[in-house]
Design a protein. Sequence first.
Length: 231
Amino acid sequence: MVSNTQALHAVTGGPDGILAGLASGKIFIDMSTVSPAASRALAAQVAAKSAAMLDAPVSGSVITLEEGKLSIMAAGSRQVFDKALPILQAIGPKVTYVGANGLAVSMKIATNLSLAVQMLAFSEGVLLAEKSGIDRQTAVEVLLNSVIASPMVKYRGPFVLNMPDEAWFDVNMIQKDLLLALELGRELDVPLPTTAITNQLLTTARAMGLAHKDFAVLCEVLARMAGMKTG
């Protein structure tokens, strides 16, 4: 599991890369969130070595990892998936086969775009309540106990009160995923309007010097734009 498409090429290519070490019958499992096209191209290179590849990214956070609740989506040959399933289940209890090579990373991208979009919407609600005269902590408490409290909102929502020193998922990393989503949306003619505006606000966060922060810093970006006091 590496950070992006460039990193995947770096660890798989060359005389000391993963591809060079593959042999007939071997299974290579890539758990990175990368370009679906790049993932499919890599799977073809693996097949040329008479080996097999699964793309199998995970969905979850630090908390879900610690609780043993990571979920995995996997793609490739169904026969190879069945063979690798016990290994994947040792990492996360929920493993879903989604189809041919490249579709698991497509599913992961479709999942991750919602993380930032949900965080942006949550932040809008917090700040609207706060500027109306409601204490921010009270607003967060109400929202975290409302119908909008997805698992992600429940564990990341409190960050708008107390941002962790070390980002769980920083601005640059989540923006990488949104850019992958926008690229895929353009290829498939699927409009992604909320993804696009969220991406712009992540660029704003970078311009404000907040790229190293967890992407929950979207709340601070909006607060500054609204002329509100920030942490």
